[in-house]
Each structure stands twice: as C-alpha cells, then as structure tokens.
Ligand binder design. Structure first.
Ligand SMILES: *Cc1c(COP(=O)(O)O)cnc(C)c1O
Length: 345
C-alpha cells in the first residue's frame, strides 16, 4: 500500500467500505489492461467487464458507469418520461442522498413509501402508491428498491420480498429498478446468488468500488434494449469514458471478491458485539457490513473522541453513528478498534 501521512495510515477507517484502496493485483491489472476508446465501443477490457457483470447479475447486458449515483440516475431517466412519478422508499439513497437527481435529471416527482425498520417495500404499498395517468395525475413511471438498504443499517432483503414488490409494480406496467450498490453483500448474507435477488426487476445497479474493493466504478444491468438506451443517457450525463479499461480491469478483479464479503459480515458482528458491551453504546445487530450504534451523547462528540483514539466512523443521526467493515480492515483491526473505542466510551 502506498504511503499516506502517519495519522491516516494509523487510524482504523470504518467510515465506509468506499475507503478501500486497490490491491497490488488490481494495480497490476490496470497496468496490463488492453484498452481502446470505449465511446467508440473499442475497449476490450470494458467489454469484458460488462459481459461478466451481465452474467453474474443474470441480465442480457450491462453498462460500466463511473459511479453508483450515475447508474441509478441513468436507470431512472431511461425507464421514465418527464413529469412522471417515481415510487421510492422514504430513506432510500436515490431519494435521500443523490441531490434530488430524480427531479434534476429525469424530471420526476417522487412519492415515498415507508419501508419500516428494515426498508422493505410491500406489494400493498406499491398498489397504494401507484398513480394512474389521467387528465390531472402524472402517472407512476418507476418503482425503485434498494438492497442492502444502506440507511436502515445494511439490511439484506430476501429475494421473495423484492419479487413481491416487483410483481405488484408490473401489474401496473411500472418498471422496477434495484439500487443494489451492495447487492453482493445481500447475496452473501442470504446465501443466494445476486442474480436470484435481481431476477424479477428490470434493471439493477451494483457498486464495484465499495466492499468489492475497486478504485472506481459501478455497473448497470438490464435487457439489451434498456442498456442500449442507457448508453445514450450515460453519454448525455457526461459518463462516456475513453480508455476506461484502465479502471475497468481492477473492476473485473473486484467482481471476483464477492465471496469474501462474508468476512466483512463476521467482522461487523464482532464489532457490534464489542461496542455493545461498552457503557453508553447500543449497537444494532448487523445483517451485513454496516454497524449502527446509538450513543448516549451527540454523535459528533463521540466520533471526535473516537478519532482521537484512532477510529473513524460517520454520524448517522443526532445520537447514532455508522461503522462499516471492509476488506482493508482485518479481524485484528476490528478487535483493535473495539479496544480503542473502549478507551473513550
Ligand atoms: C453508495 C451508494 C450509492 C452511490 O454510489 P456512488 O458510487 O457513491 O455514487 C447508491 N446507492 C446506495 C444504496 C449506496 O450505498
């Protein structure tokens, strides 16, 4: 790993699984990648990544995109027409953390449903939230689901629940997009292939740059016609990249890191148990690699103390913080993080 300043190298960084650095194997893969101009469809490494991603996710085709946010926004724009409604979970990333992109990029009005403690959207909620287009009403153009659900603490939603919500939307001819930024975490936690979870949806986005460890990039999968249309929208959004094989090659490596996500989940369990034992902390039982911890004092103050002890997390609510396990923190690092937080808790 390249040198950083001593403090940063020493801190145990549990802010997010996005902080993972590319491995030597990924750097070698970038170095050796065959490349061409991908806007001309001449980059063999991007082609390989898209084919592999489509295969792993169980779709006809896939599109390499710079970020998960862009993947979600491209999907929304591709599935819908201006002035329609998107039905989304109230705490979903696409609604909460993407700068009102659904409004800005796709001209959509958002209708939210409350997915409760685990962020699960039910078929009843889909039927109730559906708006039929008429002389006054915009019509529902998209249902967006999320798995794992980030804001609910990385909940892994069973394929049957995704199927049921998707079937309800399809009864109204409404397409379904799955924000699967951490879909492979859900797959590992539920011990099912990612393709099974995404079987009934029309498109899915997965991040390569989170727990899988790629330096950049996400993939959007769907049928051939959808991906062809999405490719045009990617260009419109400024996401048409040239010799992108340089970053797609590490992405291909990252796709093969799926099985090790279970290690992160075990580490999250250990972290939660260790923190929960400390005074003033109440850790939620993690389903995947995200650990939410309720604090008896303001989250910012608690995190400042953690940082001085060499552990980094992020605030999630006034008195709640999030820690995220990932491939750059081994079991020993997790144990050390618990010891360090114990000094300041
Ligand atoms: C991280 C994340 C995204 C966005 O991915 P970026 O690559 O950071 O743009 C989208 N959805 C969910 C659920 C996420 O956790």
């Amino acid at each position: 790993m390249p040198d950083t300043d001593a403090d940063a190298a020493d801190a145990i960084d549990l802010r997010s699984d996005t902080v993972t650095r590319p491995s030597d194997a990924m750097r070698d893969a970038a170095h050796e990648a065959a490349v061409g101009d991908d806007v001309y469809r001449e980059d063999p490494t991007v082609d390989k990544l898209e084919a592999r991603a489509a295969d792993v996710l169980g779709f006809e085709a896939a599109l390499y995109v710079p970020t998960g946010t862009m993947g979600n926004q491209i999907a929304a724009r591709t599935h819908t027409g201006r002035g329609q409604e998107a039905l989304v979970e109230r705490e979903s990333h696409v609604y909460k953390w993407e700068l009102a992109g659904l409004a800005q990029h796709a001209g959509l009005q958002v209708r939210t449903v409350d997915g409760g403690e685990r962020g699960v959207v039910t078929p009843e909620q889909v039927h109730a939230g559906y708006v039929e287009q008429d002389g006054h009403r915009p019509g529902t153009g998209l249902l967006c689901l999320e798995n794992t659900h980030n804001s609910k603490g990385g909940t892994a939603i069973a394929p049957e629940r995704i199927d049921a919500a998707a079937a309800a939307a399809h009864e109204h001819d409404v397409p379904v997009h799955l924000d699967g930024a951490r879909l492979f975490n859900a797959a590992a936690a539920l011990d099912v292939p990612a393709a099974r979870i995404a079987r009934e949806v029309d498109s899915v986005m997965c991040c390569l740059s989170k727990g899988l460890g790629a330096p950049v990039g996400s993939v959007l999968a769907g049928d051939e016609a959808f991906i062809e249309a999405a490719r045009r929208v990617r260009k419109l959004f400024g996401g048409g990249m040239r010799q992108a094989g340089i970053i797609a090659a590490p992405g291909l490596r990252a796709l093969e890191n799926r099985d090790r996500l279970a290690d992160d989940h075990r580490n999250a369990g250990r972290l939660a148990a260790g923190l929960d034992d400390l005074d003033g902390l109440d850790a939620h039982d993690p389903e995947t690699n995200i650990v939410l911890v309720d604090t008896d004092r303001p989250a910012e103050a608690f995190l400042a103390d953690c940082e001085s002890a060499g552990v980094l997390g992020v605030p999630f609510a006034d008195r709640q913080v999030r820690f995220c396990t990932h491939l750059d923190v081994e079991r020993a690092g997790v144990e050390r993080a618990v010891e360090r937080v114990a000094e300041v808790a």
